[in-house]
Design a protein around this ligand. Structure first.
Ligand SMILES: O=C1CC[C@@H](CCC(=O)N2CCC(COc3ccc(F)cc3Cl)CC2)N1
Length: 304
């Protein structure tokens, strides 16, 4: 309980955290949480990691579909995103996203110790998912990646631009580069409009320091991918201008995993789960089918 007389900690939108589902991370920052709990006994846990500049609200439809399959879905707004505390879309160390995800996953595993655990990640949330699973290779029965950030987009990350970013990071780390161009998120303009209108999204420019953290995460994934052996499903659009599909192809080709699947969506934009309705529906079907197929059969004692 806060000491008497202390003002209650409030979300960036002014809501007291005592009125919101939340966890407090290792740095004392409050992270807003969402839970989608099935009525009966859950069959598995699914953690959803959202991307840069967004929050976990837009995953409600996906989470509802998983909940209908008796899966217990949970998520939080990463530090500096949505209804969580922290400097907007900035992070001192990318590892904080992974540490907080493991904290939330460990909390839910302590409440449901016998359930298998999946992670679903989109874009930067895909990088968080990959690096989280790499830290706990035996903890996850499967990882689903929707247009994950694995490699830099070669157009936006020319050697000159990378050099300049590193130079600027020492001189003006808070300088902002361009912002995420929402027109490349989806071919469905209603989805683009919803993203632009969502005040829980961050629409400002990307700080150089944040870009550096993303680059560091990309470099870490290049090192880790050859030793990945956990099961994963990759979904990527080949018209994605925000996270290059070559990163997904590289992960598919260079990982040790024997249980892996990649599905390329011709003409698909970045946020495949919010792309044209037929694509979004296909993504939900692929994801729910793959997850349910990867739930381990009940062991003999559980079955009794
Ligand atoms: O539905 C939705 C709404 C939000 C979107 C998710 C966006 C997301 O997470 N991205 C896309 C942009 C990408 C930029 O990458 C860099 C930029 C500069 C830099 F210096 C190094 C890198 Cl790597 C990072 C990952 N999806």
């Amino acid at each position: 309980m806060p000491e008497p007389g202390a003002a209650p900690r409030r979300s960036p939108q002014g809501v007291p955290y005592s009125d919101l589902p939340h966890i407090v991370n290792a740095d004392g920052l409050h992270l807003f949480c969402r839970y989608w709990e099935p009525t009966g006994q859950p069959r598995a846990l699914v953690f959803i990691a959202h991307g840069a500049g967004e929050h976990c609200g837009p995953y409600d439809e996906m989470a509802q579909r998983l909940k209908e399959l008796s899966l217990l879905v949970f998520a939080h707004d990463h530090v500096g995103h949505g209804q969580s505390e922290g400097d907007r879309m900035n992070i001192k160390d990318f590892q904080i996203y992974i540490r907080d995800s493991l904290q939330h996953i460990d909390l839910m595993k302590s409440r449901h110790p016998d359930l298998p655990v999946f992670i679903v990640g989109h874009s930067m949330g895909g990088a968080i998912s990959i690096l989280t699973a790499c830290e706990r290779p035996g903890d996850f029965v499967g990882v689903v990646l929707i247009a994950p950030l694995v490699q830099m987009n070669p157009e936006s990350a020319t050697p000159f631009k990378v050099f300049m970013a590193k130079l600027l990071n020492h001189m003006l780390p808070s300088l902002t580069m361009g912002s995420i161009e929402s027109k490349w998120l989806s071919r469905d303009k209603r989805q683009v409009e919803a993203y632009d209108a969502d005040e829980l999204n961050y629409h400002g420019g990307m700080r150089v320091s944040f870009g550096m953290q993303l680059m560091a995460a990309v470099e870490r994934m290049q090192r880790e991918i050859p030793s990945i052996s956990w099961p994963f499903l990759l979904l990527h659009g080949d018209a994605d201008k925000l996270c290059d599909i070559r990163g997904s192809r590289m992960m598919y080709d260079n990982s040790l995993s024997t249980d892996k699947k990649i599905k390329i969506y011709e003409g698909g934009y970045h946020a495949l789960h919010h792309d044209l309705p037929e694509v979004a529906e296909s993504v939900l079907k692929e994801l729910t089918t793959w997850i349910t197929e990867h739930i381990p059969a009940a062991t003999s004692q559980e079955a009794q």
